[in-house]
Design a protein around this ligand. Structure first.
Ligand code: FAD
Length: 483
């Protein structure tokens, strides 16, 4: 192995013994020689995900952890055979989708085999009558949505990472898309799941609208981050392609007012597809070309669906925004957002220029929303080295909202600054009774705080993990294990 493995995790997670030739030969028999990769480029490509700290290391030529091999199965049966072999040879196994996770969830801490499911990328069945689609879990998000659009539907799940993430990754991370206030988060969209469990057995849940036959065990896989099995197929809700779309924006003098407007809109039973409330700092970052918004908070809406319902929704939205003192600002800011919403090149440029930048998504109930915003922003500003701390609210419920924070700086000690900033937000959120993650998950980054977040439920989760994966080979060290 030529690669420099001298990453900061080296001391904590020593390189494992090499995989045996017998194991690799048996895996090769399953997937074929073309789909079992051991080249250095392939191993480095699967050494990390989009975790910003690992990007900083990467730019310095450091790799957090290398797998020993990468397999690309093409069917559930192949996945099951690989998993049985991993159990037989006691080999760590890391499921890999698009590698867009932002918390190090796909880093192969203990080496072993990465199972990349991108070749399992077919739409298997569209059920128009019941508005359902069955797919293989490795399907790319963009391809999924584009294929549904061409058939006259939308999947309603549009994360910013749509161009690179997979359906399996969405399920494994309990993801939330930009249009989530209307269509729901991934847990609302997933109807049934097929997965290969750590003993190699294939589990499948029924595709039914609801069932009362005990707890729905497939829910365990939503948010499991690869520690309980490999998701191989899923059936999800789809929606008729919207007949009408309305774009609206309103400017406000203070952040509290748009929050109130949105709370009241949802309380009246209206669920606009996209709702985004930007604070002043984010307005100056993302909408600096729109001078009239300077010093304001901005509330954006995309309303869509049935034409009659959308018109009615537009009326209600305008009414509530005006009541809260919002001034109508037309379509332009929403068009700008629609055009730029997948563009993250500036972040990458800034990291290359030496910046430490990250985002943290947390959530709370309406009664604590403004306090959470002010206290977390203050906590970030108090960290030595912060030059930017801002936030927007972007996923809404009748009982609360998700706050998405962005922070950054050019600190002298990037890692120290990174962990101090994360610690400030995590501890403030826990103190205020919010959740430390709304949709990115735990990965490696939140491991330190997961016990406090889950309390005794963490012990229950540990018992479930030990029962399902007694050999501890599934994505070891993640979701709070291995500290
Ligand atoms: C620019 C950018 C924007 C983003 N925007 C959003 C957003 O709007 N909303 C949002 O929710 N997230 C967002 N994310 C985070 C990320 O895209 C999501 O967490 C996504 O769901 C990860 O999918 P993936 O296929 O890339 O998974 P990966 O990164 O490959 O894996 C993530 C975790 O899931 C496990 N895993 C992957 N596939 C499977 C499987 N088939 N079975 C079992 N475990 C599996 C992995 O082991 C790992 O622990 C964003 C990330 C980036 C980089």
């Amino acid at each position: 192995m030529m690669a420099d493995k001298a990453g900061p995790l080296k001391e904590t997670f020593p390189h494992p013994p090499r995989l045996s030739d017998a194991f690799l030969e048996e895996v090769e028999k399953v997937v074929g020689s073309a789909d079992l990769k051991t080249s250095e480029a392939e191993l480095i490509a699967h050494s990390r995900d989009f975790w910003p700290l690992s990007q900083i290391w990467f730019l310095k030529g450091k790799i957090p952890a290398l797998p020993e091999a990468v397999a690309y199965p093409e069917s559930t049966q192949e996945v099951a055979k690989i998993v049985k072999l991993s159990a037989k040879y006691n080999v760590p196994i890391v499921p890999y989708g698009g590698g867009t996770g932002v918390l190090g969830g796909a880093v192969p801490l203990f080496g072993g085999l990465v199972v990349d499911i991108k070749k399992m990328n077919e739409i298997l069945e569209v059920n128009d009558k019941s508005l359902l689609v069955k797919v293989q879990a490795g399907i790319n998000g963009w391809r999924y949505e584009e294929a549904l659009n061409s058939l006259g539907y939308t999947g309603g799940h549009i994360p910013q990472s749509l161009p690179s993430s997979t359906v399996g990754g969405w399920i494994a991370c309990r993801a939330a898309g930009q249009f989530s206030t209307k269509y729901g988060k991934i847990e609302d969209l997933v109807v049934s799941v097929e997965a290969v469990m750590p003993d190699g057995k294939v589990v499948k849940s029924k595709t039914v609208p609801r069932s009362s036959t005990g707890p729905r065990l497939e829910q365990l896989l939503l948010g499991s981050e690869g520690i309980l099995g490999i998701i191989t197929e899923a059936t999800l809700h789809i929606f008729p392609f919207p007949e009408k779309r309305v774009l609206l924006s309103f400017a406000f003098d203070e952040l509290e007012r748009p929050l109130e407007a949105v709370r009241k809109i949802l309380r009246r039973g209206f669920f606009p597809a996209v709702v985004r409330i930007y604070d002043e700092a984010e307005v100056s970052l993302h909408f600096r070309n729109l001078k009239e918004l300077e010093g304001k908070s901005l509330l954006l809406f995309v309303l869509e669906g049935d034409a009659k319902l959308t018109d009615l929704e537009a009326e209600v939205v305008a009414e509530e925004c005006r009541k809260e003192g919002g001034s109508f600002n037309g379509e332009e800011p929403v068009k700008h957002w629609l055009k730029t919403r997948f563009d993250v090149h500036l972040l990458a440029e800034m990291v290359k220029a030496g910046a430490v930048i990250d985002t943290i998504e947390i959530a709370t109930t309406w009664d604590k929303a403004t306090e959470l915003y002010h206290r977390t922003i203050e906590s970030l500003q108090a960290v030595d080295g912060t030059v930017h701390a801002s936030g927007h609210f972007s996923h809404f419920y009748q009982d609360g909202a998700c706050l998405y924070l962005t922070f950054g700086g050019f600190p002298t000690s990037p890692e120290e600054y990174y962990w101090q900033a994360w610690g400030a937000v995590m501890e403030t959120t826990l103190k205020l009774g919010g959740t430390i993650s709304h949709h990115h998950g735990v990965g490696l980054v939140r491991a330190k705080w997961i016990h406090e977040e889950l309390g005794e439920y963490f012990e229950v989760l540990k018992k479930i993990k030990s029962a399902i994966d007694p050999l501890k080979i599934f994505n070891p060290g993640k979701l709070g294990w291995g500290e």
